[in-house]
Design a protein around this ligand. Sequence first.
Ligand code: GUN
Ligand code: ZN
Length: 436
Amino acid sequence: MSDDIRAFRASILHCLADPGEATASDAVEYLEDGVLVVEGGRIATLGPAAEILPAVKNHMEVTDYRPRLLVPGFIDCHVHYPQIGMVASWGEQLLEWLERYTYPAERRFAEREVAERVAEDFVDLMLAHGTTSALIFPTVHPVSVDAIFGAARARRLRISAGKVLMDRHCPADLRDTAQSGYAESRALIERWHGQDRLGYAITPRFAITSTAEQLALAGRLAEEFPDVLVHTHLAENRREVERVAELFPEATSYLDVYRSAGLLRERAVFAHCLHLEEPDYGHLASAGAAIAFCPGSNLFMGSGLFDLARARGHGIPVGLATDVGAGTSLSLPVTAGEAYKVLELRGQRLTPWQALYLMTLGAARALGWDDVIGSFEPGKEADFVILDATATPLARRRLAATVLPAESLFALTMLGDDRSVVATYVLGERVWQNPR
Ligand code: GUN
Ligand code: ZN
């Protein structure tokens, strides 16, 4: 046994597989009094306290979080770090919102000091919300990518990000060119991809702000670097979809624009997907591409209602995402609460287990990280969060007489927020503790 071994006692909950529509199933493991043993930053073992404690308690420190819940760190499949300063901006839908609020905010990231300061704040906010991994949009500026990777590396986080590509239909001082976007992305891949827990994502903003030439060069990069992610927006807003049809008249659908450029492949993650054409579901599925489901953003921006059942029916991997600043909370449990409401409006029903899956193991699958994070399988990286479902006053009332873990979890998504996060751990080390 190495010296770097420690144990955590709590009510432990994680997904072993996709819980599907079941209310309870073998896909979820719940240990009411469990112990998680971490060695060298990785999961060593997990089991009931009565079994594990007699074997370990003389060799290692046991941190006792009972009766709190211990779950895998949350994974945000799509979020914009430069937008934390303009989150909750009033009164516009996507295209006007970008012009009025987003581009002015992103312009400031040309300055390294601004980018570094906001990246540090963003990463700390993420951890305070129990999120330990994310797929992140910076801005068009390479320094914004250096800043977010630097902040994540200092805290040993697993994240992916990449320079935003946009060479038209945006303010002139936020534009790159097809060639400069390609060259700068390549240089950033070489600098950052595979460093510690960091991975690169080729990041065209969306089809409106890239020429066909820029998308084709992004597709060339995607072919040259098959293990980096591709990350973009797809079919979020009806007027956006109409504009893409005008700009790419030869395309059979919005997704077809990306497909023609070579951007539809495994390890491609498309945010939103609210207004797809029917054949697009099959194309996403057969390519092995994933969807980031952003219910808080979709409600706030009046964009539409995601059809989770249809995506699931096609076997497309789906992960949950906050999409801040179009989303208004960095909390994935809060976002799962929004997902529940969106799906009710669709006549669909999100179980608490399915919600947990979408923000942990399902999100890890969508990003291709399920071999290393998302659950407590031995050997995986020990990123986890301690939750108190009764942290908020109304939740305390609601759960006064409750024992069922599904009820606590559901109350957490409906009545909780960052107050519900007691502590956040990355590679077995505490990186954030709630001062309350
Ligand atoms: N589509 C293109 N850019 C953006 C953005 O910054 N946020 C959202 N929600 N959608 C986009
Ligand atoms: Zn977005």
